[in-house]
Design a protein around this ligand. Sequence first.
Ligand code: SF4
Length: 227
Amino acid sequence: MPLYSSKYNLYKKVDKRLFVFNTLTKGLIELEEDYFQKLKNNKIQELPSEIIEQLLNEKYLLKESYETDLLFVESEKKKYTSEILSLVIAPTMNCNFACPYCFEERKTSIMSNEVITLLIKFIENKIKTQKYKKLSIAWYGGEPLLGIKIIEEISKIVLDLCNKYNLEYYSNMITNGYLLSKKNINKLLELKVKTYQITIDGPPEIHNKRRVLKSNKGTFNVILNNI
Ligand code: SF4
């Protein structure tokens, strides 16, 4: 039976340790260099059978049809049963932090006007053609607060659409918390962004080595104060 490495595997070296993160299952595994390279380069036949078995069980390694089947079932389920239109939007992939373990591609660009227009058209079209009762947006990045003007622009239009089509609206944000100033939080609450996921990597002496600004300065006190 043909086996292949999951296309959802991300391969990352952190301080000489080698990790594979699967974005579909959210699984994380540490591997020896030899196994890491073989999985990454799809040389599955050269892996020992007990490693193959473990990687198969945890879905880093797949029998050909698994992922497409899973995605098909999930998308069909959503199409026919969901009353919620859920979107995850990254206004930018840029970030003000330089965490050593970060696997995001930190591109400095922000969402263009053209993409905003297409996104709004997409949302309105979905609302008009399917019977959603709720719309939910999760803001994500990079650091989404570097794109707060875009969040404001999209949120205002989406709130109007929800009024027009009588939909409940929910919004949350995954942020490093550094830019959650009073001014920004007041603006976000007006835009109905009501829940926040903020990462603290432990007590200050640990957090300040891992969650650092690009200048390498620690961020613990600012984040805690903002929270
Ligand atoms: S805050 Fe998040 S996106 Fe930014 S560098 Fe750290 S892990 Fe990466």
